[in-house]
Every structure is written in C-alpha cells, then in structure tokens.
Design a protein around this ligand. Structure first.
Ligand code: ATP
Ligand code: MG
Length: 452
C-alpha cells in the first residue's frame, strides 16, 4: 500500500520558489515549454516532471522532457494538432515537434478509493491503468523520490511531495513506499535503480537495495521486449559502463544476462577487460555523436559464454565452424528468453563472432574478402577488444589495423597467395608487420575461434 503524503517517512508538500532552485527555462527544450504554456493558457495544470526535473536540478542535460497535467489525453489532443494518443494500458499523449516528442501524461490516481466497480472504460476499452487522479497521487505512483519532483510552469516553482529534494542533496535513490511492494508491482524498478545510480552517481538506499537478491527472480516474468528496451537504456545511453558495474554490484546482472554473469565469474581478466572496454568505447562513441549498434554490445556481453561453449564443442569433437554456430545459437536462444533481442541484431552478433577466426587467415584472397564483408568493421573493432586475451591476439589486431592503412596494391603485394598455415609462415612481407604465428593455434586449438 502506498503511503499518503505527510505520513510515515513521507514528508508533506514542500514548494521551492524560483529563486531557491537552479532550473532555468533556458535549459528546458522549446518544445516542452510550448506544451507547458499552451496547457497552462488553456486553464490546465502543467508541470515538467520526472527525470527532466531531476536532471536539471543536478545541473545535467535531460534526455527527454515529460509533462504531467490534469488535462485528459483527449483534452490534450484537442489543444495540439501535432498530437497522437498512444498506449492502451497507460494512455499518453505524444506531442511531436520534428524529431522531438514531448510525452504528456494525465495525473494518475491509485484507483484504490474508487473501489472495484469504478474501473474506467475509455473508448470502449477497459483500461485499468487509466484512472485519473490528483497530482499528489501521481507523485506517489512514481518510483524514486528524486523522480517525483514537479516544475510548475505557472510560477516556476518546484513542488516536492515526497522528499525528492533532500534525496538529490544526499545523492541517494529512495523508493516511494514499501520497496517489496513496489518491486512486486514492477520488478523493472530494480533495474531502474541500478541504471539511475550508475548514471547519476548516486547510492541506492539500503532499504531499496535489500530486496534485490530475493526479488531479482521476478525479472524472469517481466516482458522480454520491455527488458530489451531497458537494456538499451542501460547500455546505449552514454552511461553503459557505470550502469553495468552497478548492475553487477547490485547482484542483478545474473537475472538479466545470466550467461554474462556466469562467464565473468569463471572468466579471466581478459574477458572483463573486453566487456568493460566494449562498454567504455560505446559510451565514448555516444559522446562523440557516432552511431552505435546494440548488436555489437550484446556480442560483447555474450562473448565469454559463446567462446567457452565453442571450446567445449571442439573438445567434444565438433569441427570449428559447427562448434561456433551451435554455441552462438545456444547462448542467443537462452538470452532471448530474458531479453528479446530482435533477430536483425542476433544475426549481426553471430556474424561478428563467426568472423573472428577468419582474422587469423592472412592469405591475399581471404584478407580482401574479409575486408569487403559488410560486418568487417564491427568484427575488427571486436578483435581489438580481444587484445588482452594473449600477446598474439594483440599483435593480430595491430596487423589488421596496419593492413587497412596500406594502399591496396601494396597490401596485395605483401600478402602470400598460398593458403593455410604455410602462407602465414612463408611470407611475412616487408610492408606488413608479421602476423601472429599459427603455431599458437595448433598448440591451443580451443583457445580461439577455429579457422574455417
Ligand atoms: P531517464 O534519464 O532515463 O529518462 P527517467 O527517470 O526520466 O530517466 P523515464 O523512463 O523517462 O525515466 O521515466 C520518466 C518518469 O516516469 C520517471 O522519472 C518516473 O517518475 C516515472 N517512471 C518511469 N518508470 C517508472 C516505473 N517503472 N515505475 C514508476 N514510475 C516510473
Ligand atoms: Mg526521462
């Protein structure tokens, strides 16, 4: 049961006037301001809410701007031509300004006081989550206290119903209400705790962290598609490494990426370095405005398990490619039961993995064929992440980096046309640094992807 304002540990409403907080309209998107003003001018309550208020108060740039109002979605739609209503169970208005979407949500009630028979039917559908309420009720439905602050466009004050300002000051994430109840209502809140703690450099309150171990298994029942979205927010929003570390530290990784948790547990320093470096590189690319693909990141996260599975297959007598493709199918299949990674990404992941052994084949034809592969770049970046696996692997990465910088004819002249191990042994050309000797491969066959 949610607490009511002013009872238990939940403080009463505190209004922080404009001159006592740092939120300036200059830092709010123009689109969000237009939505707020239009609602306000039409006589509705209009607040910026959630992560945007939290981030602005912390001096950060919000990722998106959400608005809360007492106007119903239909009323919002009447005010904006560029508006579409979305969601069945949680009806929302999206006001669209080019690439920017402002999410406008009507204050939600708890539905408790209405009793059983008072569920709303809107547009002929029973929509249990669409019971409108007051701003106080809306605040109590939110997850963390720092996420329940409202910026009031009518006087530019911040309204704090649950003590979020204090938590921002203390840099702590506290859940609103009883943690066990709130996680049962929605287990994804556990992941949000880890993600936000990572992103905001905050600690998770002991009471909010205590149920992770016992309630983590509830994540198995969460919709895999939603967990995919949440994984993208964790790992592809610029704070991937911090989110990952927090997830692991909280003991939640094993519920979301069991294979990753297992491999890291038995794995070596090289695997940890691959995962952490992969996440750090992704964060850096996002900071530089470069594109990132979920496929690369999931390939990184699952690599340890795929590699170990493939080794096992080879030990049991499978040939290299067969062992690798079986290992990939098994690991991907298991992972997708938790996190619904779309097929187009799992396909790319499997390509990135299966190209790894081909980097060890440095005959002329094969080198050029590999360079022309549509996934060459991703697979090469992946190879570089494997540098800590062995000195030979590091050298291989350097060789390919160098080879790519050479003019085609110079590279062609430098490469052996022979095939197989003999080629690599026979002709380390002067213009190209010597590739790692295949001797290593023969001695420790299961140590790296077997050649085709
Ligand atoms: P981010 O910086 O990632 O956008 P956020 O807190 O804004 O973080 P959103 O998913 O954008 O996350 O959600 C906006 C707001 O909606 C939150 O701040 C919170 O108030 C509320 N909210 C989101 N998810 C939940 C949830 N699972 N349970 C309760 N409230 C939630
Ligand atoms: Mg947000």
């Amino acid at each position: 049961m949610n607490p009511t304002p002013g009872t238990d540990s939940t403080p009463a409403l505190r209004i922080i006037p404009r001159d006592q907080h740092i939120i300036s309209r200059a830092n709010i998107s123009k689109a969000a301001l237009r939505v707020l003003y239009r609602l306000h001018d039409a006589g509705y309550a209009a607040y910026l809410v959630g992560g945007a208020v939290r981030d602005l108060l912390l001096g950060l740039r919000p990722k998106d701007f959400d608005v809360a109002t007492d106007a119903t979605p239909d009323e919002v739609k009447k005010l904006f031509r560029n508006c579409r209503l979305i969601g069945r169970r949680f009806r929302l208005a999206h006001v669209v300004f080019g690439p920017e979407i402002i999410e406008v949500a009507t204050f939600r009630g708890t539905g408790e006081e209405g009793g059983e028979g008072d569920r709303h039917i809107i547009d002929g559908r029973i929509v249990r989550d669409n019971i409108w309420g007051t701003i106080e009720e809306d605040a109590l439905r939110r997850d963390f206290r720092v996420n329940a602050l409202y910026y009031d466009i009518s006087d530019f004050s911040v309204r704090d119903y649950v003590g979020g300002m204090q938590d921002l000051h203390d840099r702590v994430l506290r859940l609103i209400g009883d943690p066990e109840v709130r996680y049962h209502e929605d287990p994804v809140r556990m992941l949000r705790a880890a993600r936000l703690a990572g992103k905001l450099d905050m600690r998770i309150d002991a009471a909010a962290a205590a149920p992770f171990e016992s309630l983590g298994p509830l994540l198995a029942d969460a919709a895999p598609a939603r967990l995919f979205d949440e994984s993208l927010k964790m790992f592809l929003a610029g704070n991937g490494l911090k989110s990952f570390r927090m997830l692991e530290q909280c003991g939640l990784l094993k519920f979301l990426f069991p294979a990753t948790a297992r491999a890291l547990k038995r794995g070596d320093a090289a695997l940890r370095s691959l995962v952490e470096q992969g996440l750090a590189n992704t964060d850096a690319r996002i900071r530089e405005g470069k594109s990132v693909t979920p496929a690369f990141l999931f390939a990184v996260l699952l690599w340890g398990e795929v590699r170990d599975e493939a080794r096992l297959g080879i030990e049991r007598g499978l040939d290299g490619p067969e062992a690798w493709s079986r290992a990939a199918a098994k690991v991907v299949g298991e992972q997708c039961q938790r996190v619904a990674i779309p097929r187009r990404f799992t396909f790319t992941m499997e390509e990135i993995w299966s190209l790894q052994p081909r980097f060890e084949q440095v005959q002329r034809k094969r080198v050029f064929r590999l360079m022309a592969h549509p996934r060459f770049r991703a697979a090469f970046d992946f190879l570089l992440l494997r540098a800590d696996e062995s000195p030979a692997m590091r050298e291989l990465g350097q060789w390919w980096a160098h080879a790519q910088r050479l003019p085609q004819d110079v590279l062609a002249a430098a490469l052996p046309v022979l095939s197989g191990a003999a080629a690599a042994e026979a002709a380390p050309a002067p213009a190209v640094r010597k590739p790692p000797r295949p001797r290593r491969r023969r001695r420790k066959r299961s140590d790296s992807p077997a050649p085709e």
